[in-house]
Ligand binder design. Sequence first.
Ligand SMILES: [Zn+2]
Length: 655
Amino acid sequence: MCNGKTFYITTPIYYVNDIPHIGHAYTTIACDTISRYKRMKGYDVHFLTGTDEHGQKIQTSAEAKGKTPQELVDEIHQNFKHLWEVLNISNDDFIRTTEPRHIKVVQAMFKKLMDQGDIYKGTYTGYYCIPCETYVPESSMGENKTCPECGRPLTIMEEESYFFRASKYVPELIKFYEANLKAVMPRIRYNEIMSFLKGGVKDQSVSRTSIKWGIPVPGDEKHVIYVWFDALINYASAIGYLDDPENFNHWWPYVHHMVGKDIIRFHCVIWHLMLLALGLSLPVSVIAHGWWTRDGDKMSKSKGNVVDPFKVVSEYGLDPFRYFLLREVPFGNDGDFSELALIGRINSDLANDLGNLLNRTLQMIKNYRNGVVPECKDSSSELSTMAANILDRVDSFMNNFAFNEALKAVWEFISRANKFIDETMPWKLAKESDSSSQEKLNFVLLNLYEALRLSALLIAPVMPDTAKRIWSQLGLEGEPVKFLYDSFKWGEGTGKIINKAEILFSRIDIKEWQKSQEAKKMSEQELNSGSESEAKPVIEHEAEISIDDFKTVEMRVAKITKCEEIPRSKKLYKLEVDLGYETRTVCSGIKAFFTPEELEGRVIILVTNLKPVKLCGVESNGMILAASVKKDGVSEQLTLLEPADKNIPLGSRVS
Ligand SMILES: [Zn+2]
């Protein structure tokens, strides 16, 4: 089975309390694609995913729902399992950190490190929010050391804690990375990890007495093992670290972890240091991907613009979604999701290029050769030459996780095949009765058929269903995903009997789509306004003013340079705005709609001659203009007024 090629790939285990979103879908589809690809290359593949089920947040949300934490996670981990079914994920295993097979490995590893002196007891000191029952790292604290969740002041807490002697193994890890440049990909993340390591790593606190929902420290049950230490071990516990050394040793030397760029320190530093201490070999690579925005905006729950993979799949189909995610951005970079861009890909790459090639070819084989793929003496052509290179090209891209490049190469081949039809003009050849024209027609049809057979195989890891549909229309038995790339031979399609041609992807009419979007928005608005949807909104007008009155309001273009929370204020932000000629402090009641990061750098319109006023102890010198929809006096929706041309100089007067 193994023939020297073994590949073990993992997704991070997803935090079970999260609602599955595009980020989870992306990591998992990428892992699924590489797994399917490697299987078709003849590798023995193990693909692991799962859920992270311990920690304070689970405990709190279970209490709020009147459940035990175990009951809660038993229920909600299904959200992820369900999504993987919908996304056609071919994982070999799904691990949950509440399973006995995981718990006993975590405890065994903890004990081993304790016995060898790499875990020791000490005191953990940190900023703690008593109502939220959580430590807050300094990096996410509010101003004046407040809790980012509830805004209350934090207290310094000390508790007994076990520490992992991480510092001891740092020099060894640096040496490993110096010798293994691809152990973290892409290079920008490798550099980030190296410079972090060279800055030194403190010993890590790996237990808590303040949390109850977790794995108890062996022999000291008032402590539970800290959730990160627990979670990372899933990669080893799932393959039988303790009970099945043969299985463990089969997979472990070939492990690759795919993660989002936000959790690389845990994976490339803490996990690696743990493995060194445990005497285990280090992963072949950690591959970090970027984040997704939507229509150029950061996604957030408060904005309501989070991409729901269930919804996209039900509207546009699964394979277009899988194709879009992997084709749209270089792996490792951030990407932007927009329905228009997705429709663009469906129309041009999928319906036009691939769909048309299939349809035209099948039609011609049916019309000119009664549906039987013809024979020809020598089928070598420009297409077959390109085909000979493409497997190698795709392989080198896939080995670097460059999914978009691999797909680009496949589409170059598909485009070449379409061009081949235009160049050889089979409809003309069909009209000529001489044997050389007929022989040429055989050559053309066989070449096109082979191009499609190979294309189906090449797209199979990304679009398994579409590949299967092409395969069956081509009259081939079995499934393309079961095919081995190395056994592909150009010309072997001769004699196959094709099936009825069916449309692979329907084009989406953009104008119609835009119309339907407008209609959807309108009906949503009506729904939101409830039973009073018939009544027109009441507009309250102010008294008339003269142009001279209006001119007394001084408004200017300004830029938000800094945004800070105001302790104890739920609505207000303290903003620093730059008018070009001076900077000012302004308080603005827009906290519910933006995070500080979303505001910093925005160019806005400021009313500059309002009398200063003190709000929550901060003097405000101006007012930012915004449009909002209010219900019962409360803003439900809000947008900032911004100049269309962001290059207009700061301080420019608005009139
Ligand atoms: Zn709090």
